[in-house]
Design a protein around this ligand. Structure first.
Ligand code: F6R
Length: 618
């Protein structure tokens, strides 16, 4: 949550403002309640900030341009403390205007600090927790005369999660950042340097980056990057190359990022699968730095994730249990963290996260590691906290996902967990190498099948426009179709603000069938008739049960499944795919449906109300 950019260059120019505006446009998915930029030059600090989407800030900048400068910091906000107003927008200035600050996270002891500052005569301008940091840093800076040292001394006093960036009026040639738990990465340029809440902030400018660790302070000048811990001891950060293509973060002719990302899905899956089988035909997951003997000793897998990523985990459960014969539990990270979960050295925790910054998941993996479990992260964002804090990271190669609702990252997560399952099955000897290769061949054929579903999107879009006044939609599935049903419902809730529920089809008779009345739309994800016949037949019975009670049945079925079509008001065909791999194709019509229905309602598909892309607070 909250997008952050920091920039410093050699000379006074328009570049700092340009870099900040471009970064905020890329980072909007992290929050869009308000935005602001402050620039620094020899004459001091000048800022602009506005409630609302970035367009409101752009209007203000057009009317009142900011001066040429050598440094800038910028922020796009997802409100926590204080509503989304102009006054609460970042940057926050100290009372004397000497320091400006932007912040991501929550300062848990802000009330106490605020009281202390009020008693010392400070008049607050906003209701935010952040403003205390601006005043504290300015006071420390006035006393010490060094912004980095001031930042360190204040960071030591702050409780909670934070990324803070500060610039000072008396030195426009540096920007200082601090991080505890919230994300911050450094971008390395030629005669300029960057700070970002994630690499999307600067991918158009550089692909060279540094990871910052917990409780570190960084100072960037045009020629240098200095990192220390909160006590001032020097730290050597790890350098990495960002392999995202900057053009992946633009709409490329599609009406929304989500439309584009749905169309990116064949590539996201293909790229995630790429290079995972050695010449000798063995699974190779180079990033997996966990000793094979440890993997062989694992007696339980716990998948932790939130939202859509947790549904990827639910799909993985069916595949990994079948292939590896290890029990797999799937836990919402926030639920896992605050009970007393049974994990130990024999437990393999798999944390799934697109952003790699979801605070609930971060807290859960920390807890799991404290209990002795090994953690493998399945993440999309390089240099992210979850990747760094896990024992191993298996990267999905979906590229930057900008739309708030996850699509291509979801498919890439499912593909990556299949790879993990096959790797474990091979290491543990629960599958023969030729069986593994046969699944890999089926997987390699999936991107073309996803493309075929996308090619048939017109029919789904027509249905979506026709249903734009629906007030409730139900989704049913069994086996791997169950998490697909839940994901279909989540997409519709978050994008179209329609009440939607995903159920295990077998659960219908235990309650949910009472919801069915005349005309109730029900999507049903039908398993392959060639897989386990029982499963297929059971779902057909479920369709008949709801149809008999007046439901309008919208069925996702495998091409040629006449039996399913016979019970459907509308059928969406998906290509033949082995049962365990089928979610990669069967979820696609549901994504397209939600996206098209939200567009038909005139809603903002990429930035649904109240949501932010990475949920960096608990
Ligand atoms: C829904 C969605 C969210 C995320 C969840 C976890 O479309 O995107 O439910 O899946 O917030 O986010 P990550 O994967 O970044 O940990």
């Amino acid at each position: 949550m909250c997008g952050i950019i920091g920039y410093v260059g050699r000379e006074n120019s328009e570049r700092p403002l340009e870099v900040a505006r471009e970064a905020l446009a890329r980072l909007q998915y992290r929050g869009y309640d308000s935005a602001g930029i402050v620039v620094a030059n020899e004459l001091g600090l000048s800022f602009a900030k506005r409630a609302g989407k970035l367009a409101a800030l752009e209007e203000q900048l057009a009317a009142h341009p900011l001066p040429l400068a050598s440094a800038a910091i910028g922020h796009t906000r997802w409100a926590t403390h204080g509503g989304p107003t102009d006054r609460n927008a970042h940057p926050h200035m100290s009372q004397d205007g000497s320091v400006a600050v932007v912040h991501n996270g929550i300062l848990e002891n802000h009330a106490l600090l605020r009281q202390e500052l009020i008693e010392a005569g400070v008049e607050f301008q906003s209701e935010t927790d952040t403003e205390v940091a601006a005043h504290l840093i300015a006071r420390a800076h006035a006393a010490i005369g060094d912004l980095a040292q001031a930042m360190r001394s204040v960071a030591r006093r702050l409780e909670g999660a934070f990324t803070l960036l500060a610039v000072a009026a008396d030195n426009p040639h540096l920007v200082v950042g601090a991080r505890r738990t919230s994300p911050l990465v450094v971008g390395l340029g030629e005669g300029e340097n960057f700070l970002g809440s994630d690499v999307a902030a600067f991918i158009a400018r550089t692909d060279q980056a540094l990871e910052l660790g917990q409780d570190q302070v960084v100072t960037i000048t045009p020629e240098s990057v200095t990192v220390t811990d909160f006590d001032g001891r020097a730290v050597e950060p790890r350098r990495f190359t960002v392999d995202w293509d900057a053009s992946a973060a633009v709409k490329g002719g599609f009406p929304t990022f989500m439309d584009k990302e749905i169309h990116d899905q064949p590539n996201a899956v293909r790229d995630t699968l790429l290079g995972r089988v050695s010449r000798a035909g063995r699974m190779q997951l180079d990033e997996l730095r966990i000793d094979e003997s440890l993997l062989r000793a694992v007696d339980k897998i716990v998948v932790i994730a939130c939202g859509t990523a947790s549904y990827a985990g639910q799909v993985a459960k069916y595949a990994i249990e079948h292939w590896c014969r290890i029990p797999v539990e799937v836990e919402l990270a926030h639920e896992f963290r605050y009970r007393d979960p049974v994990v130990d050295q024999q437990t393999l925790v798999v944390a799934i996260s697109q952003s790699g910054e979801t605070m609930d998941t971060i807290m859960a993996i920390r807890h799991a590691r404290e209990q002795g479990a090994k953690v493998v992260a399945v993440v999309n964002t390089m240099g992210s906290t979850i990747a760094r804090e896990s024992d191993a990271a298996l990267y999905t190669h979906a590229g930057p996902e900008v739309a708030v609702a996850s699509t291509k990252a979801f498919l890439a997560q499912i593909a990556a967990t299949y790879l993990l399952g096959l790797y474990l099955a091979e290491a543990r000897g629960t599958m023969f190498p030729d069986e593994v290769r046969s699944v890999m061949r089926e997987l390699d054929a999936v991107p073309a099948k996803i493309q075929r579903v996308i090619d048939g999107e017109a029919a789904i879009r027509r249905l979506a426009s026709e249903m734009k006044d629906a007030t409730s939609v139900l989704f049913l599935g069994r086996h791997v179709g169950y998490p697909v049903a839940m994901e279909g419902a989540l997409k519709l809730k978050e994008l179209a603000y329609i009440h939607a529920e995903g159920f295990a089809a077998g659960e219908l008779k235990h309650g949910p069938i009472a919801l069915i009345d005349q005309g109730q739309p029900v999507f049903v994800v039908v398993p392959s008739p060639r897989g386990r016949d029982v499963l297929h037949d059971k779902v057909l019975s479920n369709i008949q049960e709801v149809r008999a009670r007046g439901a309008r049945t919208l069925v996702v079925a495998e091409e040629g499944d006449r039996a399913a079509a016979a019970h459907a008001d509308t059928v969406f065909w998906v290509p033949r795919t082995p049962t365990l791999l089928a979610p990669l194709v069967s979820v696609v019509p549901l994504q397209i449906f939600a996206c098209a229905l939200a567009s038909a309602k005139g809603l903002d598909v990429d930035q649904p109300r109240n949501l932010a892309k990475s949920v960096t607070v608990e």
